[in-house]
Design a protein around this ligand. Structure first.
Ligand SMILES: *[C@@H]1O[C@H](CO)[C@@H](O)[C@H](O)[C@H]1NC(C)=O
Ligand SMILES: *[C@@H]1O[C@H](CO)[C@@H](O)[C@H](O)[C@H]1NC(C)=O
Ligand SMILES: *[C@@H]1O[C@H](CO)[C@@H](O)[C@H](O)[C@H]1NC(C)=O
Ligand SMILES: *[C@@H]1O[C@H](CO)[C@@H](O)[C@H](O)[C@H]1NC(C)=O
Length: 232
């Protein structure tokens, strides 16, 4: 009775093939940054002595209006917030506005605002795909007790919740060389358009100092600076 034997042998090979195909196909579709959201965030930044510094904040994002705003409770360690006309920035709230093709840095306590850079220099317009392009899937992993999909590109890593549909996955953490952004609660709600209204102090004619990161971006363009997040 050689035929049934061969038949079941083929069946086993087929079953194994199906399992292998499924394992290969298990790599999820590329992440998608939501079109809009509000999230509380925690920034972790390494200071010049490589010590971890934390600050809480809120991230408002609306791609439909090409606008974003990041409010940091303390901007003194943030690469874009520090040294903008303040010799030595001590504890100071800071907001980073990107709207209308311009990025501004605003300090509400001091009523001080400076123009950072614009679309010609690679900022001011937020493109979600710039952040999430060409990511390599490294599998499921655990970070801070949360499991998620782990993605990587060069020295940039992206960690998101698990799900078949990328539109339903929430960002958990963005890991960069000297800065991490943890998204505590990504809420896909449309921020009020007033959120992105620039404070009256913000004028293109008032530039952030040449020696600040903003000044360097204006000189070199964001793509040529490795120490800045593509999300500005
Ligand atoms: C950030 O918020 C959390 C939760 O409210 C709090 O425990 C933590 O101390 C805050 N961190 C800073 C640096 O303010
Ligand atoms: C951006 O700013 C530069 C000055 O640094 C200016 O020459 C250029 O026209 C501006 N581009 C846009 C799109 O506003
Ligand atoms: C960012 O998170 C990674 C992974 O948890 C950690 O190894 C790294 O030290 C963090 N970086 C900063 C600047 O906190
Ligand atoms: C998301 O935001 C909406 C509108 O502000 C609010 O009604 C809802 O409760 C929020 N959801 C969560 C999970 O926080």
């Amino acid at each position: 009775m050689p035929i049934p034997f061969n038949f079941s042998h083929i069946k086993i090979v087929m079953i194994i093939s199906v399992i292998l195909i499924n394992l290969v196909a298990a790599s999820p579709s590329q992440p998608k940054w939501p079109q809009y959201f509000i999230s509380s965030i925690t920034d972790t930044i390494l200071d010049e002595n490589q010590n971890q510094k934390f600050t809480n904040g809120t991230y408002y994002f609306n791609f439909l209006a090409r606008s974003s705003r990041i409010d940091l409770e303390d901007g003194q360690y943030d690469p874009l917030c520090k040294l903008n006309g303040f010799e030595d920035l001590i504890y100071n709230p800071c907001r980073i506005y990107a709207t209308g093709g311009n990025t501004f840095i605003f300090y509400p306590v001091d009523s001080y605002c400076c123009w950072c850079c614009n679309a010609s220099q690679g900022c001011g317009n937020i493109y979600p795909n710039a952040l999430l392009r060409e990511l390599e899937f490294l599998g499921e992993n655990e970070i801070d007790g949360k499991s998620g999909y782990f993605w990587k590109r060069d020295d940039y890593a992206y960690f998101e919740t698990i799900g078949d549909n990328p539109e339903n996955r929430d960002t958990i953490i963005i890991i960069e060389e000297s800065k991490n952004i943890t998204f505590e609660s990504m809420n896909r709600t449309l921020p009020d358009q007033k959120t992105f209204d620039l404070p009256w102090e913000c004028k293109v004619s008032h530039s952030c100092p040449e020696e600040s990161l903003c000044g360097r971006i204006r000189k070199k363009g964001i793509d040529n600076l490795k120490d800045i997040s593509p999300i500005y």
